[in-house]
Design a protein around this ligand. Structure first.
Ligand code: ATP
Length: 600
C-alpha cells in the first residue's frame, strides 16, 4: 500500500518549535559555555558602570577635592570598560559561531533526511519550495541563533540585574517604576500577536516568490519561445506587490509598536525621575545615586525595548523552525523493514509481479496497474508496448519500489520487495530513463554516478560500450569537461548515451530501459541502439519499446492498456492476432522507416 508520508500537524507559530534548535545547539557545550560566560561578564561590566559613575559623581565632582583621590575611580571605570570590550568581542565570536554551526548542521540534517523520502512526498511538496525553505528559513534561524538569542539573553540579564541594582540604590523610585512598566507591557503583548501573524504571511509570500522565480527561470526557453516574458514579468510583479503590501502591514504594525513602547517606557521613566528630582531636592537621595539610577533606568528601558524587538525575531524563527521540523518529521512511506530479508547472492535477476494493483495516491479512483501479473526469467528481454498512459512507466516505478502496490506482490529473485531493503533492491537495477538526467559536473563524474568507486579506465570502458567515447574525446576538456546545468552543453542523443554509459558502469543484473527516440536523428539512433544492445547483453531487461528493432529482438512482447496486459507474444504472432498491437504497429510503421518505427 502506498502510504502517505506521515506529516504530523504542527503549529508553526509556537515558540516551542525553537526546541528543535536547542537540540542542535546542545551539541557544542564548550562554545555554548564560553558564550554564556562572556555574556555574563559583559552584562556585569555594563551594570558596574553606573556604580562607578555614582562614586565619581558623589566623590569626584565636589569642588576643591584632591585630583589624586579621584584617580582610582577613573582607573576602575577604565578597567570595567576594558573588560566589557573584551567580553563583548568573545560573546560575539562564540554566539555567532554557534549560529553559523547550527544552521550548517540543520541544513545538512534536513537535506540528508529529504534524500530518504519517497516520491509521494515530492509530489505533495514542491521541490523548489523545499529548496527555498532550506535557504531562506535557515537564514531566519541563523539570524536568531547568532544575534537575537544573545541579544535576548544579554538584555534579559541586564534588565533584571538593572532592576535589582536600582532597588538597592533607590527602592521607592524603583517600586514606582515597576508599577508602571507592567502596564506598558499589555499593549505590547497584544500588538506582538498581530505582528506575529502578519510576519508569517509575509514570509510565506516571499517563499512563494522564490518558487515562482525558480520555476519560470528554469523554463526560460519555453517562456521565451512562447513570448510570455511580459506576462511572466507581470505575474511576478503582482506577486512581489502582494508581498510588499503584506510587508508594509508588518512594518506599519512594527512601527506603531515601537512608538508605543518608547512612548510608554520613557514616559514612565520621566515621571519617575520627576519624583527622583523631588527626593534630591529634599535631600533624601544623593546626586550620585540619582545619576546611577538614571543610568540603570536607561539600561533597563533599553533592555526591555530590545526584548520586545527580538520577540518578533523569535516568532519568525519559530515559524521557520516549525517548517524545518515539519520536513524532518516527514516519514517515508517506503522504508526498509526492521529485519530486511537479504536478496540471494549471486543475483540472478528474476522478476515476478503477481496480481499487482496500484493507484497513485493522488489519483485514487484510477488504477494505474490492475491485477497485473508478469514473470520475467533471469536474462530475458521483455518489450513493453502500449498507448500513452497505459501504465508502462508505473510498472518501472513499482519494480524500483518507489511505491508499494495495494494488492499483489512483486518479487525479485523470489524475495518480496516489501521484505527487502529498498537500497539493496535498487543496487540490483540499472535504469535508463526517457529523460536523461545529467548533473552539473564533469562527464566523468556523471558516468561515475552509476558506480562512484569506478576507476577512470572503467568509466572509459563504459563510455566505449555506450558509443559515447567519440564525442567525449572531442569535448574541450575530454571526459573532464563540465556538462553545464542539466547537461545543456550536450545534444539529446549524447545525453542519452551518457545515461547508457552510467547504466553500463552500474553493472546491475536488471535493466529498466525507457527508450526514447524523439531526440535522435538516424545516426544517433543507430549509435544509441548499438549502445543499448551491449547494455542488454546477459541481463534481465524490461524495455518500454519505441523502436521496431527492440521489439523484434525481444524474447517477448507484452502489450499494455489501461494498466493491464492485453496481449503477449512475439511481433509476428501479435501482428497476426490483429489486436491493439497490430493497430499500434500499423499506425506507427506506415509513417516510418522500419528501423525507426515506434510502436509506443
Ligand atoms: P507514456 O507512454 O505516455 O509515458 P505510460 O504508459 O508510461 O505512458 P504511466 O506513466 O505509467 O503511463 O501512467 C499511467 C497512469 O497513471 C496515467 O493515467 C497517468 O496519468 C497516471 N500517473 C502517472 N504518474 C502519476 C503520478 N505521479 N501521480 C498520479 N498519477 C500518475
Amino acid at each position: 500500500m502506498a502510504t502517505k508520508p506521515d506529516l504530523p500537524p504542527l503549529d508553526q507559530r509556537k515558540l516551542s518549535n525553537l526546541t528543535l534548535l536547542w537540540g542542535f545547539v546542545r551539541a557544542y557545550p564548550a562554545q555554548l559555555g564560553a558564550a554564556l560566560i562572556a555574556l555574563a561578564i559583559a552584562a556585569l561590566a555594563t551594570l558596574a558602570i553606573p556604580r562607578g559613575l555614582k562614586q565619581v559623581v558623589d566623590n569626584g565632582f565636589a569642588a576643591g577635592s584632591d585630583p589624586a583621590a579621584i584617580a582610582p575611580y577613573f582607573w576602575g571605570l577604565l578597567g570595567v570598560v576594558a573588560v566589557l570590550a573584551v567580553a563583548t568581542a568573545f560573546r560575539f565570536y562564540f554566539v555567532s559561531w554557534i549560529g553559523e554551526r547550527v544552521v550548517a548542521d540543520l541544513r545538512k540534517a534536513v537535506q540528508r533526511h529529504l534524500l530518504t523520502l519517497d516520491p509521494v512526498f515530492f509530489e505533495e511538496n514542491r521541490p523548489a519550495e523545499i529548496a527555498s525553505r532550506l535557504t531562506s528559513d535557515t537564514a531566519v534561524i541563523e539570524q536568531v541563533v547568532a544575534t537575537s538569542a544573545s541579544l535576548a539573553l544579554r538584555n534579559a540579564a541586564m534588565g533584571l540585574g538593572g532592576i535589582l541594582l536600582m532597588f538597592s540604590e533607590a527602592p521607592k523610585l524603583t517600586g514606582l517604576m515597576l508599577l508602571v512598566i507592567p502596564l506598558t507591557m499589555l499593549p505590547i503583548i497584544f500588538l506582538g500577536r498581530r505582528v506575529r501573524n502578519v510576519s508569517r504571511s509575509s514570509q510565506d509570500r516571499i517563499a512563494s516568490l522564490g518558487t515562482m522565480a525558480a520555476e519560470v527561470l528554469g523554463a526560460i526557453k519555453i517562456v521565451q519561445a512562447f513570448t510570455q516574458e511580459s506576462r511572466e514579468a507581470a505575474r511576478f510583479g503582482t506577486a512581489v506587490e502582494t508581498a510588499f503590501a503584506t510587508a508594509k502591514k508588518r512594518i506599519l504594525l512594527r512601527a506603531g509598536m515601537t512608538a508605543l513602547v518608547i512612548g510608554l517606557i520613557f514616559g514612565a521613566i520621566t515621571l519617575v525621575l520627576w519624583q527622583g528630582a523631588l527626593d534630591v531636592i529634599s535631600g533624601r537621595l544623593s546626586g550620585g545615586t540619582i545619576a546611577a539610577f538614571i543610568f540603570y533606568a536607561v539600561i533597563v528601558a533599553g533592555a526591555f525595548g530590545t526584548l520586545t524587538e527580538v520577540y518578533g525575531d523569535f516568532m519568525r524563527a519559530a515559524g521557520a523552525s516549525g517548517r524545518m521540523r515539519e520536513l524532518l518529521a516527514a516519514r517515508a512511506g517506503i522504508r526498509a523493514p526492521e529485519r530486511p530479508t537479504p536478496l540471494p547472492s549471486p543475483a540472478r535477476g528474476a522478476l515476478a509481479l503477481d496480481k499487482v494493483t496500484f493507484h497513485y495516491p493522488s489519483r485514487p479512483e484510477d488504477a494505474a496497474l490492475l491485477d497485473f501479473s508478469l514473470d520475467v526469467a533471469a536474462g530475458e528481454t521483455v518489450a513493453i508496448v502500449g498507448p500513452s498512459g497505459a501504465g508502462k512507466s508505473t510498472l518501472f516505478q513499482l519494480v524500483q519500489r518507489f511505491y508499494d502496490p495495494e494488492h499483489g506482490q512483486i518479487r525479485l529473485d523470489g524475495v518480496p520487495l516489501t521484505s527487502a531493503d529498498p537500497e539493496e533492491i535498487r543496487a540490483r537495477i540499472a535504469v535508463v530513463p526517457q529523460e536523461s538526467v545529467i548533473f552539473a559536473t564533469s562527464a566523468l563524474e556523471n558516468i561515475r554516478y552509476g558506480r562512484p568507486d569506478a576507476s577512470e579506465d572503467e568509466v572509459w570502458a563504459a563510455a566505449r560500450a555506450a558509443h559515447a567515447d567519440g564525442f567525449l574525446r572531442d569535448l574541450p576538456d575530454g571526459i573532464h569537461s563540465y556538462m553545464g546545468e542539466a547537461g545543456t552543453r550536450l545534444s539529446g542523443g549524447q545525453r542519452q548515451r551518457m545515461a547508457i554509459a552510467r547504466a553500463i558502469l552500474r553493472d546491475a543484473p536488471i535493466l529498466l530501459l525507457d527508450e526514447a527516440t524523439s531526440a535522435l536523428d538516424s545516426e544517433s539512433e543507430r549509435l544509441v541502439q548499438a549502445a543499448l544492445e551491449s547494455l542488454m547483453h546477459g541481463r534481465t531487461t524490461l524495455v518500454i519499446a519505441h523502436r521496431l528493432a527492440t521489439v523484434r529482438n525481444a524474447d517477448r512482447i507484452i502489450v499494455m492498456d489501461g494498466g493491464r496486459i492485453v496481449a503477449e507474444g512475439t511481433h509476428d504472432r501479435l501482428i497476426a492476432g490483429g489486436g491493439l498491437y497490430a493497430k499500434l504497429a500499423r499506425l506507427q510503421f506506415e509513417t516510418s522507416r522500419p528501423d525507426e518505427a515506434q510502436v509506443a
